[in-house]
Every structure is written in structure tokens, then in C-alpha cells.
Design a binder for this molecule. Sequence first.
Ligand code: USQ
Length: 397
Amino acid sequence: MRVFITGVDGYLGWSLAQYLTHKGHEVAGADNFLRRSWVEEMGSWSATPILPMNERLEVFKDHFGKDLIFWNGDLTSYDLIENIFREFQPEAIVHLGECPSAPYSMIDVKHATWVQINNITSTFNLLFAMRDICPEAHLVKLGTMGEYGTPGVDIPEGFFEVEFRGRKDRLPFPRQAGSWYHWSKVHGSNNIMFASKIWGIRATDIMQGVVFGTRHDSMGDEEQLLTRLDFDQAFGTAINRFCCQSVIGHPLTPYGKGHQKRGFLPLRDSMQCLTLAIENPAQEGEYRVFNQFEEVYDITDLALTVQKVSGDLGLDVEIRNLMNPRDELEEHYFNPDHQHLLDIGYQPTTDIESEIRTMIEDLMKYRDRIEAKKSALIPDVFWDGSKSKVRFVDEVK
Ligand code: USQ
């Protein structure tokens, strides 16, 4: 299948290009390297070393024996997408090319506005170009479990049956996102749902949980094929940050009470699930929603798991809660469904201890890179707009 990936230089995009090529698909991608600049703006860099794109493409070709067709450009330019679609005629479009960070979107009005305009515009451009150039193609859009927020009831996959004043309907489950970034994803989802309805677009909206890990199943041991791995406050996600903290002996940092619950999944599972969605496309006019995660975990339980695995590897690390810079529930109910991907063949990686061990072993080679940017580990972006370094809970008492 001809698959076009937006954000192909990113954490998921670079991995997915390899995974799909290895499976025999013809892959093209676009990127304008914003992720590299955002992380630099946060005073950090990828823990794993990342080559410039021209060199990445050469290593890719040497390893897989196939080109990754690449466009350097901005997805908010409709002309770019129109040209790519006319030339490549994609059968599937995987949209990973958005700003993925809640904290980044909460910095100030400039960042909030930029994240929303960027994310909503790129999706719009893809939808209009699909309508006009490749209406049979299937859009696989990366949404987020964070669109639902943390309601006190079970969360279905996108839609639920409602009975109200004696009448019944199947309606979208209410969204209660927790950051301007997460709201940008909600707005994108609404726009896709409407485009499917009026233009017959085939779409799968992936409500993905928090991804972690350095490995997927098609990269072998080629260091230069490693994907990026961020650990700063904005682009580093919880388990990835904990593992980076562990390898330099920095305390692991659950925020606040530390009992936030989220759906998590290893990078290799994210690749498996995205591929299943691509290879089992939605029907014409169908807008379907997949909740994509392996299991729900409590942040403190994850920190304890990272601490245990670190201990097994000879790394002695403490857990020290930070004051929570976010406005979020720190102890709550969270019970989302996740059946649709299992129904089409998802085989979850359930041994997360082993996944974390592999990640820590990989990251130990890059201890100096993490150490060099360790000040990026402590957040200073608060949801109320204030800006100062967050303190440890035990310093405040
Ligand atoms: N957290 C800590 N300590 C840390 C880092 C995070 O306690 O050092 C907590 C956060 O407060 C939050 C939870 O861990 O409660 C998850 O935070 P995160 O930074 O790992 O993930 P999040 O901001 O939710 O965003 C990430 C990705 C985003 C994706 C989302 C899926 O950056 O692109 O949409 O995960 S989900 O969380 O399911 O919405």
C-alpha cells in the first residue's frame, strides 16, 4: 500500500516509516523539523542521537534497500499537500504531524494559539486534499486519550448510546480535554467526523495513550535508525522521563499526589496498532474511533516499576514527588474501553518491566547526553500561567 506519513522525522513517524517499509509498504513522508526546534526551545535535545534528515534517509536506504520518499515542508501550506498527493497518490495517510505537547501549549497565548492553528490547519489541509485528489484514501489520524479527560464514568470508544427524555441516539462521547493541546485534538476530531459525513472520507481517529520505549520490531541493532527520545518537561512523556532520570541518578518525579491514571503502550505496540488500522481501512464515509493503549497505569506504580528495574540493573534511584505544575485530577476513576484494536488482531506487549529494562539499557549508552541537559527535567510551565521552577513536595512542607 502507498502510505504517506506526516511528521516522519518524529518519535512515532520515523519508527512507523521503518515498520511499514519492513512490511513491504511503499512509504513517503513530510516534515519541517519543528520537533527538533521545539525541544531546543525547551533547552533540551533527544537522549538518543539523531542524524540530519539527509543522512537518516541514506541509512534508511542502506538498511531497508528502499527509499523513504521525503518532502521537507510545512503542512499548514495547502499547496505542499496538494503537490504531494498529486505526485504520490497515497492510499493511506497517517497524520502524526502535529505539535504533541500539553505543557508547550500552556506556556502563553502565543504558544496556545500557535499549537491550535498549526494542528487544526494541517488536518484541514489533509481533509480538503483528500476530497479533491484521493477521495478513496483512508485517513489514520493520531488523536489522544486525553480528548476524553478523566470523567467519573467509563469511557467508550468514541461513541455511546444515550437515552434522554424518552429518546435514544448514538452520540459522540463528551470530550473534556485538559490542555490547549488536547483541545486542538478535539477540534481536529470534530472536523474529521464532519468531513466523513459530508464527503464520505474514510477515517480512523486513534485515541492513543502515552507511548514509551526506544524499540520497535524492525530496526535491528542499527544505532542510526533509533528514533528520538525526549525527556524535557514538554516533549518527554512520563515513563520516558523516568527512565532518563534513572540513568543519571536523578529522582523520579511523579507530580502532586502521583495517582494520575493514563493508558500507556510501548512504542512497538503503537507501531503494531497503527499498522493494523492502516491495513484494515474504514469504509467509505465511516468515521471510527480506536482507543489505543495496552493498559491503564497509575503514575506512582510506574515510577515504582522503573525504580525496581533500575535496581535490578544496578541503578539506585529515589522517587521524589514534584509539586504539580498542571491542573489535573491526581486521584481519580479511569476506565476506558479498548476493544476495537483487539478485534482486528492487536497482540499487546504485557511485560512492561522487560520493555522498561530494554529502554534503560539503551539509554545507559547516552547518559552523558541526558546529564548535559538535565536542567530540562524540572518543569517551569504552570497551567495558571505562572513561570518558576517547580519544587519538590518535600521542600514545600
Ligand atoms: N507526569 C508526572 N511526572 C512527570 C511527567 C508526567 O507525574 O515527570 C504525569 C502528568 O502530570 C500526567 C501524566 O503523567 O498526569 C502523563 O503526562 P505525560 O507528560 O506523560 O503525557 P501527556 O501530557 O498526557 O501527553 C502525552 C503526549 C501527548 C499524548 C498524550 C496521551 O505528549 O502527545 O496525546 O500523552 S494521553 O496522556 O493519554 O492524553
